[in-house]
Design a protein around this ligand. Structure first.
Ligand code: UT7
Length: 339
């Protein structure tokens, strides 16, 4: 018997404003820029994305996803002793979006006459589209060592705020949303639900191919505060790195591709997802795909897809899922878990 962490509940939230590819064609046409539904679907598989309204921040999306995950876990807000938010679009420079989320969760608990989450650790993780994989890996490690007992791990993004709507090669790709899981301590002999292995990496030599190069200094934004991406360079790196991280996680857990019931990949591009599935010898009916409806929601994409898989009844308790992501940094990683 030993201590593991296991996912006991999932939740997700998309802001209600939905933009189809036809809406994006209209939006860009107003700026004299051409795009088409055919191009977006052929190159990416994306058909729609959601944008948060002005004044709605990552912590607001994260709050809705978190409340659903906590309800699914059958626990209360006051049971959470660690909050990690993966985001590259935080509410403020500081404090962390996790601290702001903790306050909002505590307010929700108080409205129900329950104890809040104040006092537990709360911090953000910034690893762009790999952020949720990083955050899950950290939370798992903290639970295994006894530093935490019940963690809320959230991916929440408002990427619509950092898109350059004069750049058709990037602005059609991204959307807003949030996903969350409750990760809690459990003791068993290794055959029960658990995070089985994880594998995370970064290579800072590639910071320039996917970045928002601006910064805040002296009361002003210095440099460009909008997203820049060399799509082809990212594409080429992504496919190989996702394969290597997934295989490393399998090796650490003493498993093979044949043990994977579900692939829950970062949702950036359907062609990358298909290529990764092929490399892992998984048919597409074992892959959760949401990129068509959400676009790329960066750190939110994996928990959003996981929640979709669980709530649709496809991912069942006892099954094994491979979560994997890649993004700016360059960062990448995979988590293998049994639900
Ligand atoms: O979340 C982090 C990870 N991010 C990713 O994984 C993204 C990885 N990269 C990609 O998904 C793809 O590279 C893109 C979807 C970004 C681009 O697809 P691509 O097949 O690599 O296209 P491309 O950049 O080679 O562009 C092909 C053509 C170009 O025109 P020319 O030069 O051939 O005349 C572009 O100008 O497509 C044009 N194009 C567009 N046309 C219509 C680029 N964007 C658009 C657009 N609508 N929105």
């Amino acid at each position: 018997m030993r201590r593991y962490s296991r996912i006991s509940g999932t939740g997700s939230y998309l802001p209600p404003r939905r933009l189809t590819n036809a809406d994006m064609v209209g939006l860009l046409a107003e700026r004299g820029i051409e795009t088409s539904d055919d191009w977006i679907v052929d190159r990416t598989g994306i058909r729609a994305r959601h944008y948060a309204d002005d004044g709605v921040n990552a912590s607001d999306l994260g709050l809705q996803a978190s409340l659903k995950a906590i309800e699914a876990a059958g626990c209360q807000i006051g049971d959470i002793d660690l909050i990690i938010v993966a985001t590259s679009t935080p509410d403020m420079v500081f404090p962390s979006t996790a601290s702001i989320l903790q306050r909002k969760l505590t307010e929700s608990a108080q409205a129900l006459g329950q104890p809040g989450a104040a006092g537990g650790a709360a911090f953000d993780v910034q690893a762009v589209c790999s952020g949720f994989i990083y955050a899950l890996t950290i939370a798992d490690a903290m639970i295994q060592t006894g530093a935490a007992t019940r963690a809320l791990v959230v991916g929440a993004e408002v990427f619509s705020r950092i898109l350059d709507f004069n750049d058709r090669t990037t602005c059609v790709l991204f959307g807003d949303g949030a996903g969350a899981v409750v990760l809690e301590a459990v003791e068993h002999d290794g055959s029960g639900p658990a995070v089985l292995a994880s594998d995370i990496h970064a290579d800072g030599r590639h910071t320039g191919i996917l970045c928002v190069p601006g910064t805040v200094s002296g009361g002003q934004v210095l440099g460009d505060p909008l997203l820049k991406m060399d799509g082809q360079a990212v594409f080429k790196l992504a496919v190989g790195l996702l394969e290597s991280a997934a295989k490393a996680a399998l090796a650490k857990a003493g498993k093979t591709e044949a043990d994977v019931d579900w692939l829950v990949p970062h949702q950036a591009n359907l062609r990358i997802i298909q290529s990764t599935a092929r490399k892992l010898k998984l048919s597409m009916d074992k892959v959760i795909v949401t990129v068509d409806q959400h676009g790329n929601t960066s750190a939110a994409s994996i928990p959003l897809a996981l929640d979709e898989g669980v709530r649709s009844g496809r991912i069942q308790p006892g099954q094994t899922a491979m979560l994997e992501g890649v993004g700016g940094g360059f960062t990448w990683g995979a988590v293998l878990l049994r639900l």
